[in-house]
Design a protein around this ligand. Structure first.
Ligand code: PMP
Length: 305
């Protein structure tokens, strides 16, 4: 049987339903996270990736919307472990916690309501093609500005922006969209941060470029610096730099490390996955599955041994 965590307890997924009058359903005032857990067959273990980091971001984001939960980071990690055990997950899985106002009330506001958290799992493989690389299009839609709907928060309503851009890209025959921010600089993908390799250095938009503060982005910056000895610049990135980059890749919990081989019908480098991207993928995919001892601190094992 498949379980969800709903209104403070584990219930069969069929019973984890909200009322259509639920306030956050109407106004997009829900904060969510996306975590992955990876199954290691040799270890007979399921590892949750960056569990604490995701829940720290969830709690901080929720507080920004005046949503105070009765759970701390440790509680949420424990609930996640228990949910995965109850669902007897022994394969790669995606975990979706979501905090919302459960009140059956009409006004779009953030005070005087009751926050609730729900959590469920999806069996999930690749999100984008990490082996061949993808084709992307610079979107005609601009990333939400921090002074309207901060991209820094994983807030449900903000994802209309991602949905518009992703749909435009798909309908135009591309795999993913790259959004520019309201200043015209490169922000990120519809659900991924972006990195460029230029002359052996990595470049990525900084936190004040109207992006989500990606957890994978942070981990990848450290891998680039420490393992690959590649310098990383966090700075504004102009659209035209995409066309002259030697390599481009996207990062995200779902997207992992996804190579970009074409931008706006222009080949990136020679049109194949670049060397640095390849090396990064190799380390990342091994680390998340628990195969690199020094990166075990990224992981939370689910099953007792
Ligand atoms: N940007 C956006 C808009 C996203 O939705 C995501 C996915 N959470 C990311 C970047 C990547 O963030 P993370 O590495 O924390 O998953």
């Amino acid at each position: 049987m498949e379980f969800a965590f709903f209104e403070g307890k584990f219930v069969p997924i069929e019973e984890a339903n909200i009322n259509i009058k639920t306030n956050s359903f109407h106004y997009g005032t829900a904060i969510f996270e996306g975590l992955r857990a990876y199954w290691n067959e040799d270890h007979q273990q399921l590892y949750i990736l960056f569990a604490r980091e995701h829940y720290e971001r969830l709690i901080k984001n929720a507080r920004s919307l005046f949503m105070e939960l009765p759970y701390g980071v440790d509680d949420l990690v424990e609930i996640t472990k228990e949910l995965l055990r109850k669902n007897e997950v022994r394969q790669d899985v995606y975990i979706r916690p979501i905090v919302y106002f459960k009140d059956l009330a009409l006004t779009p506001k953030l005070i005087g309501y009751t926050p609730e958290i729900a959590m469920y799992t999806y069996n999930f493989g690749r999100y984008l093609d990490t082996s061949k690389g993808i084709r992307v299009k610079v979107s005609s839609w601009r990333r939400n500005d921090d002074n309207s709907i901060p991209a820094r928060w994983k807030v449900a309503g903000a994802y209309i922006n991602s949905a518009l851009a992703k749909t435009e890209a798909l309908m135009s025959g591309y795999d993913e969209a790259i959004l520019l921010n309201s200043q015209g600089y490169v922000a990120e993908g519809s659900g991924e941060n972006i990195f460029l390799i230029r002359d052996g250095k990595a470049v990525t938009p900084s936190y004040n470029e109207h992006i989500l503060e990606g957890i994978t982005r942070r981990a990848v910056i450290n891998l680039l610096k420490n393992d690959l000895v590649v310098r990383v610049e966090e700075r504004p990135v102009a659209r035209s730099e995409l066309y002259v980059a030697d390599e481009i890749f996207l990062t995200g919990t779902a997207a992992e490390v996804t190579p970009v081989v074409e931008v706006d019908n222009r080949k990136v480098g020679n049109g194949e996955i670049g060397e640095i991207t390849k090396q990064l993928q190799e380390i990342y995919f091994n680390a998340v599955r628990g195969n690199i001892e020094r990166y075990r601190s990224w992981l939370t094992p689910v099953y007792e041994k």
